[in-house]
Design a protein around this ligand. Structure first.
Ligand code: KG4
Ligand code: ZN
Length: 354
């Protein structure tokens, strides 16, 4: 089974061809980072126009690398949401056009489902498993029970994890995107110089929060001589990264216990999203995995961040179950994986105390 995947929901334009033997036959990712950098963040209108300018060529290139024509495909999958709507429309229309012209099934894939199923592309694992999705737009703990079956155990009640990294980096004069800049600076930072709060630590449930920590970091930065000296930047970065890792450790530990209690067959803790690049966070997750009896799996970085192979793979998973979507599918700016989890609604599980 061969599926073409298209991703265009944020600031990466991507196309990939994947088969059901978990092989990526051809893939291309074009980052728009340089186009957005002057603005210090993703500009939706620039993103949409850039997807439109490049997607056709990238699809052709992915097909060329795979050595295939559209007639060889079994389906065409495009990110149908959630994301920046202009970009999602570009990808969905392109996917529908290819599907219609070549007489293949079309699949509108939930971008989050793409992230959630990636560990089954990179590792031969079964359901259920626990997923931490931490990116520029999301911070969620999900019980992945099956294709299309997700229970959200926790989510951020304010900022996403990557968003907090990006904002603190900007305030500290470390540039964009912030995550890699903070991690690099933190490596030379003194962990004992500043102490920042650990949001949600010890609270019931496994929701996340980063805005209080971000504000505390802002006040700390403002209290230092401006512009920040290199050592001050490093010490702030270290304090912030330690606080994020510590707060997330508490939340993920609770999530892992809940997972084991409600889904005893769970064997794996998996991470996805750009924040998964952070080595301090990975260390924390490895430790929690060991503590709670869940094997920690991290897909290679290029499959943790936005890419089209994960969309093609989610398409394969759905196609194998006989699913596809109608060409009347309307792109969705919002599309929760767990429809029962209302935005910010607390998880009311009353199980094992942390
Ligand atoms: O998944 P991703 O590539 O794009 C989406 O948000 O969908 O994630 C990007 C986010 C950015 O906020 C970036 O600052 C963060 O991931 N990030 C990191 C690191 N590398 C990227 N955060 C912390 N440490 C890193 N090393
Ligand atoms: Zn993503």
């Amino acid at each position: 089974m061969l599926v073409l995947g298209i991703e265009s929901s944020c600031d990466e334009t991507a196309a990939a061809v994947v088969n059901d033997r978990r092989e990526i036959l051809g893939e291309v990712v074009l980052s728009q980072l340089d186009e957005h950098r002057p603005f210090g963040g993703v500009v939706p209108e620039i993103a949409a126009r850039s997807h439109l300018a490049h997607l056709d060529r990238l699809v052709a290139e992915a097909m060329r690398r795979a050595g295939l024509g559209f007639a060889d495909l079994d389906g065409v999958a495009a990110t149908g949401g959630p994301g920046l709507i202009g970009g999602v429309i570009v990808g969905v229309m392109t996917g529908k056009a290819i599907a219609l012209a070549s007489g293949k099934p079309f699949l509108a894939v939930n971008h989050l489902e793409g992230h959630a199923l990636t560990p089954r592309l990179t590792h031969d694992i079964g359901f259920p498993y626990l997923l931490l999705l931490a990116s520029g737009g999301h911070c969620q703990l999900l019980a992945v029970e099956g294709v299309g079956r997700y229970t959200r155990l926790g989510t951020t009640i304010d900022d996403a994890a990557g968003e907090a990294f990006d904002k603190v980096a900007k305030m500290a004069g470390l540039g964009y995107p912030g995550g890699p800049a903070v991690e690099k600076a933190a490596a030379g930072g003194d962990p004992a110089r500043f102490a920042l709060p650990r949001p949600m630590k010890g609270k019931p449930g496994c929701d996340f929060s980063f805005s209080g920590l971000k504000n505390a970091a802002r006040l700390l930065i403002e209290s230092l001589p401006q512009p920040l000296a290199e050592q001050d930047q490093a010490d702030v970065a270290r304090a912030f990264q330690d606080a994020v890792a510590d707060s997330m450790a508490d939340r993920v530990r609770r999530g892992a216990r809940e997972m084991k209690s409600r889904w005893p067959a769970a064997r794996h803790l998996v991470v996805a999203g750009g924040v998964a690049a952070n080595a301090a966070l990975r260390q924390v997750l490895l430790r929690i995995g060991n503590e709670t009896g869940l094997e920690f799996l991290a897909p290679p970085l290029k499959l943790c961040t936005d890419n089209a192979a994960m969309i093609a793979w989610a398409g394969i998973e759905r196609l194998r179950l006989g699913q596809s979507d109608d060409l009347s599918f309307a792109p969705r700016p919002r599309w929760p994986l767990d429809p029962n989890a209302r935005k910010g609604a607390p998880n009311t599980w009353k199980g094992a105390k942390a």
